[in-house]
Structure formats: C-alpha cells, structure tokens
Design a binder for this molecule. Structure first.
Ligand code: CA
Ligand code: CA
Ligand code: CA
Length: 433
C-alpha cells in the first residue's frame, strides 16, 4: 500500500519517487530523524536512553501502573467526531493488551512462551483536567482542516502534522504532557487515501529536549480516526479493502511512547530493536499473518525464534497481534519509573479519588485585603490576573492562611489562580468594590 500511495503521489504531483517522503503506516522512526535534524544529537540521545532503560534493573514492584489519558478528537466531517463509546472501548482494549488480558493471547505460538510478558500497565480517561475541574477525559475540537496531511509535508515535514496539537492551527493544545498521555485523533488522509495510521514521541526526559513547542515534536500520540476502538463505524481501507481494526494502532503507538521500537529495528538483520528477547527480523511483516518466516538468526535463551508477527510492535495485521515480550514489558515499566515517572507518581490527574486542595477567599467582594484559606492540600503560589488575563500579582504561599494586600488594585473583577509545582489547582473570581 505504500507503493500505491507513492504512485498516487507521483501521478498527482508529477515528481519522482526518489523525492518522495518515506511515509508509511507508523512514522515514529521518521519522527526521530526529523527531530535529529532540528536538535542535532537527538537520535543518539534516544539510543543512549534506550540502552540506559534496557540496563536499568526493573520490575521494582508488581504494582500495576495507571496512566491518565486524554483523547483530543479534532474533527472536520461528522464521522471523525468519534462517539464516547468508541473511546471507552479503546481504553478497555488498551487495558487488555497492556495487562495481557486480551482473549487472543491463546493464538500466540508456543515458541514465544519463553518470552511473553505482561507490562501490567493500565489506562484510564482523566477525571480531572489541568485546571482541577472534572472532565470526561475527551476533548472535542471542530476544525476547518479536512486533513492534517498535505503536500507541504514535502518541505515542512512533521510541522504539518503537528498542527493537530496546536489550537491556533486548527488543532487542540496538549494538556500537561508530564501528567497526561495526550492522544490526538484526527484525519491524516491524502486525496481520500489513508496511508498513515499514527505516530508517537518516544520518551525524552532529557533536560535539553524542547517540549510542547512548535520547534519540536510535541509529546504524545497521534492516530488516524478509523483506527480507534473495535466498534468504530468508519471503515479503515488503505487501498486494498477493509482492514479489521482491534484498536492496536493505539497499542502500537503507546508502545513507542513508552520507549519501544519496531520489533524489526527499522532495518535488516544488522539492526535490531535493542531488546534481547524480541526476535529480530530483516523487515516489517506487511499487514499479513505469515507465520512461516524466520528471517534473522538470533539466540534467545539458546533458540533461534521465528519472526514474531504476534508482537504489537510489528506491522502485522491487528488480528494476529496479541503480545508484548518480557523485555518490552520491562522497558516500558522502566520508562514509567524514570523518564515518565510524573505520569504515575503523585499525579493529581491519576485517580478519581484525588483530592484537590479546597480554597476559600474572604471577604468577596473585598476592599484593601483578602484572606485565602487552604484546606486538604497545599499550593506553592498564586496569581492574580485582571479580566483581560493580564498578570497583576504573583505571590509565594507558605501557610494555610494567606493574606494578600490589595490596596493598590483598582475597582473591578480579578481572577485568582492557585498553583502547585506549575500545575493549575483551580481559580476563583474576586471583585473589588
Ligand atoms: Ca532488523
Ligand atoms: Ca530484539
Ligand atoms: Ca529468528
């Protein structure tokens, strides 16, 4: 289907195949190279991190890790505006796949019993948004863009696709990327042809890595809207008829987000994925379930295993994918314990039970001073802005009862925002007489 797409492109644009971007089903490897061009050394850093994560003693505990997720649905035509039920089903499917609870694990060939792994990672839609307000964990944005891919990819590269992550460019800005896994769902087809199913950012955790800016790739996962859930009424067709979808594009992309490479290592038998117990392959499997291949000789516990089409990080059909390996599970857990530890540790977004601090402000309306009383928690600082959003005051907060001198404020309406470690805890409107 890649060739089909290239052909289509060639006919339409009249430029040679040699000039074509290497666009394919999952563009995460291209994303790394793209970033390397913008931030020299990034690919090396990713490789180093990969080695580091691989060698870190892991499985600190059997604890199940829970990642809060926000789905940003950015839609143009109504069918792209996926129903909540499809998102809810995708979460169930993720929890099966990342908890080895998917019924089709029984289809895994016995050859892989020695390597099969359970990441024990679970996902839940966020119940609290970055402002501390209740949320469904699903945002909906209507866009005037019929697709987030167009020919400007030839010159602008990923900047075109990244617009889905930018409110100012017809997309939706991310939520705090340290605290939420952001998943954007949109249309990336070109001339009605679907060729790209998704891409994701591998973990960075590096102090010199730009996050959430238009200069780099903004952290998170992007998927084509037909790939979500297994109850999606939109047919996925990449030019060769309907493809059965079991939500595993999202599984695959989250694998990348948690540090996994494609199982064939994006290259021939000289290139691997950096994980010892995943069999190497000389190329991706091509949407098929061909279980006859053993393309690279490897030594996994003394055995040369066949190519593992059952692995979520292959390009095999979703109907034959059903497993991660132990090495993959350990790497993803390690990423959660290190580079992405803010997703799981003391994350206010993480539990429905999370009790956000409660604030009362009195008197309100006020005159020359205001008292703020904090219950059930703490905050580091507060900001006072006028109704145009202009910052008027910013104060550190060290005690549960905090006084602000407001004698210099003019009469009018102000917004007080409470923050802790950069995280918005909430805000209140106050009025000066
Ligand atoms: Ca390989
Ligand atoms: Ca391997
Ligand atoms: Ca082999």
């Amino acid at each position: 289907m890649k060739k089909l797409y290239l052909l289509l492109f060639t006919v339409w644009s009249g430029i040679s195949i040699a000039q074509m971007p290497d666009v394919e089903r999952c563009m995460t490897p291209q994303a790394i190279l793209h970033q390397d061009a913008k931030t020299p050394g990034y690919a090396d850093l990713v490789r180093e991190q990969f080695e580091l994560a691989k060698n870190t003693p892991v499985m600190k505990s059997d604890e199940e890790y829970v990642i809060p997720v926000v789905f940003h649905i950015v839609w143009n035509s109504p069918q792209e505006n996926l129903a909540d039920s499809i998102i809810h089903r995708q979460i169930e499917l993720l929890n099966q796949d990342f908890g080895r609870k998917n019924p089709d694990t029984i289809n895994m060939r016995e050859d892989f019993d020695i390597v099969k792994g359970n990441p024990r990672i679970q996902f839940k839609l966020a119940t609290i948004d970055p402002d501390g307000n209740p949320t469904t964990g699903i945002t909906r944005t209507q866009t005037n863009k019929t697709s987030f891919f167009d020919l400007s990819f030839l010159t602008a590269g990923f900047d075109v696709l990244e617009e889905v992550k930018q409110t100012d460019n017809g997309g939706m800005d991310p939520w705090n990327q340290e605290r939420y896994l952001n998943i954007w769902v949109c249309n990336m087809s070109f001339l009605g042809q679907t060729f790209l199913l998704g891409y994701a950012t591998p973990p960075d955790g590096l102090p010199n890595w730009p996050q959430g800016t238009t200069d780099g790739l903004s952290d998170g996962v992007v998927v084509q809207y037909q790939t979500v859930g297994d109850n999606n009424p939109n047919m996925l067709d990449m030019g060769q008829g309907a493809i059965e979808v079991k939500g595993r594009t999202v599984t695959h992309e989250i694998g990348h987000y948690l540090g996994l490479r494609h199982i064939w290592g994006d290259g021939d038998c000289a290139e691997d994925d950096g994980i010892d117990d995943t069999p190497n392959a000389d190329d991706q499997s091509n949407f098929d379930c061909d279980d006859t291949k053993n393309t690279c000789v490897d030594d996994i516990f003394g055995i040369d295993l066949p190519d593992m089409i059952e692995n979520y990080m292959d390009y095999s059909a979703e109907t034959c994918q059903n497993s991660f390996t132990k090495g993959q599970a350990m790497l993803m857990r390690s990423v959660l314990e290190n580079q992405r530890e803010k997703l799981i540790n003391n994350n206010p977004a993480n539990t429905a039970e999370a009790v956000l601090p409660d604030f009362s402000i009195y008197p309100n309306p006020f005159d020359n001073d205001v008292t703020i009383s904090i219950k059930n928690g703490k905050m580091d600082y507060l900001e006072v802005r006028d109704i145009t959003g202009k910052l008027i005051m910013e104060e550190k907060v060290t005690q549960d009862i905090h006084h602000i001198n407001t004698s210099h404020l003019q009469k009018g309406v102000y917004i007080v925002s409470f923050k802790n470690s950069g995280q918005q805890l909430g805000s209140r409107k106050i009025v000066k007489h």
